[in-house]
Design a protein. Structure first.
Length: 274
């Protein structure tokens, strides 16, 4: 598993939760290439490590991620080269590509790339008074990290248009009201709540089942008939397996399930081609 770096702390927690914490509190976790590399490496490792069931990403200190590092002043957005620049620093492996659920525990301010990268996660829990914003249009650039695709999926076209084109700031309570976050809580309760949710997923959901369900949720605008065909084919892949029997047996016996299938060994590889 990826080791911690100066910019990112990585810890394993039972039962199978990997916590990735951005760790530049002196800069309010301003985003850096080292943070990007460590986060995407952790996601890649979690994807193929069957002992990891859920990834939680958060920030050290009072911020989640304050956005781009402006220590270079007005040269922060200097002209890049096409060969080296990516508008999504989480390329080439995004949170939505990881077969394990990824929860953003937004413990404080999340601005610019600090906010847009959370839109690639499966769930967001946010601090009530956190200052949030997709402010890039106010900085002379534009929203990044696939935000023009992810944000409308979460809050609808009208709200996404308002947030992207105005670049205005908003609070965690607003995010929860709009469905951008599932919950808004006091800052010190955000990570503990994310860990409770991660533990619930890790213990109560079957690894392959939750992985393929996540994959369907992230598909780009499939038709109802396409989703129906995929759900049918995935049921054929899962029904009759040891986990399908165990899920029912554990429910009947009022105990936690003991899953046997593996997201790496028992994955329907044909799904990756859809």
């Amino acid at each position: 598993m990826t080791d911690s770096t100066d910019a990112v702390l990585i810890e394993r927690h039972d039962p199978g939760v990997l916590v990735v914490a951005f760790n530049r509190p002196e800069t309010m976790n301003a985003f850096s290439s080292e943070m990007s590399a460590a986060f995407t490496a952790a996601l890649r490792d979690a994807d193929t490590d069957d002992s990891i069931r859920v990834v939680v990403v958060t920030g050290s200190g009072r911020a989640f991620c304050a956005g781009a590092d402006f220590s270079k002043g007005s040269g922060a957005f200097a002209t890049p080269t096409k060969e080296t620049f990516s508008s999504d620093p989480l390329d080439p492996f995004h949170p939505w590509e990881c077969r394990k659920p990824v929860i953003a525990a937004i413990n404080g301010h999340a601005v610019g790339i600090g906010m847009t990268m959370t839109l690639q996660c499966d769930l967001r829990i946010v601090a009530e008074e956190a200052k949030l914003g997709i402010v890039q249009n106010r900085r002379g650039v534009l929203p990044d990290a696939h935000a023009h695709w992810t944000l409308p999926r979460l809050v609808g076209h009208s709200r996404a248009t308002e947030l992207l084109l105005t670049g205005r700031m908003f609070r965690g309570t607003d995010a929860a009201e709009w469905g951008l976050a599932t919950e808004a809580l006091p800052a010190d309760e955000v990570l503990p709540r994310a860990m409770v949710l991660a533990t619930e997923i890790a213990t109560q959901t079957a690894p392959v089942s939750v992985g393929v369900s996540k994959r369907l949720l992230w598909m780009s605008a499939p038709s109802p008939d396409e989703i129906n065909d995929l759900e049918r084919d995935l049921h054929l892949h899962l029904m009759g397996t040891v986990d399908a029997r165990e899920g029912v047996q554990a429910f009947m016996e009022k105990r936690d399930p003991e899953w046997s299938l593996s997201a790496t060994e028992d994955w329907p590889t044909w799904l990756d081609e859809r």
